[in-house]
Design a protein around this ligand. Sequence first.
Ligand code: GTP
Length: 361
Amino acid sequence: MKALILAGGFATRLRPLSCTRPKILFPVLNKPLIEWTLESLSKSGIKEAILAVNHQTAFHIKNSKFSKGKVKITYSYDPPKKPLGTGGAIKHAEELLGNDNFLVVNGDIFTSINYAEIIKKHEEKDVTATVALCAVKDPSRYGVAEFGDNGRIKRFIEKPQRGESPSNFINAGIYVLNHEIFKYIQTERKVSLEREVFPKLAKEGKLFGYLFDGLWTDIGKAEDYLEINKTLLDDLYGRLKNVKGSHEWINEPVFYDESVKVEKGSIIGPYTVLGKNVDVGKNVQIKNSIIFPGVSISDDSLINGAIIGENVVIGRWVKISGNCVIGDCAVIGDNVSLAKGVSICPAKEVFRNVSEARCII
Ligand code: GTP
């Protein structure tokens, strides 16, 4: 079976980082998300993946290094300047997908789903669409499934009010579809699979759910992106003690590239990931954070709960608080304090404190 990975669209969240790289290239424990997805697809017997991309995404993917493993990759390009939506992008790849059933995966999710299981379930029933559903604590941010009989889905309710959700099971952005789906999508028009196609299928009793247990995160929000790295660190440390040797600066759990340099008196962790060539000065403290490659952090700075983009330069005595997102190549001057939730655009130079959550452009 072929897999179609949806990796276009325009990212609206985690902007300072997603405007310089598509979310499928975000590192999760220092490995691009796409690589995790391809590994997982390969384990489930998928040998070919089609990446449905727009031109920006294609540009970044082709200029980045990630391992494709044993999966053969082909591309389906959205027409220039014309986003097709999730349904339109599937229709656009119709020829490449051929006549068999196929798997669709939203490119910006991290999951431990066993793809082979949902494929098996779909083929046993021989239905038009099977949607992976996972249980979340707070379904109010997602499309929530209301169930009919025999595993059918009656409808998805988008972002229900707290307490009014028909279930805890949300659309996980993973589908197995059969060729009949193309009859439901108009050609070369923006079509949302979730909002336009699924309601029709549900009405006709052709939409089924597959419940799965395991990890699932849409990495679109800073909290969620930090959380999935944290969960994986716990998992890794649970299985392997001292993942990559031990240093005096480590406050476990920490994941780091061997090329990092950390000077005397600094403490890194818990729950911190340091990318390639990260350079940390003296007496720095970093916790609960993701530091992308090439970042330099000078003496006596404090970072707690932030995501720091590639090649950012951070001065001395800097304080960066929870859920701050710093775009690539930004410069944060000496003594600057950034309050919770501040975003800094790529290449921006900041020399004054920012005392409330806002985006500095
Ligand atoms: P935001 O981050 O809030 O903008 O939404 P999203 O991207 O998480 O959700 P959406 O439902 O729009 O997209 C689901 C998946 O489909 C994501 O992986 C998108 O990258 C992808 N996608 C959305 N629209 C398009 C499109 O027009 N073309 C292609 N190729 N992929 C798309």
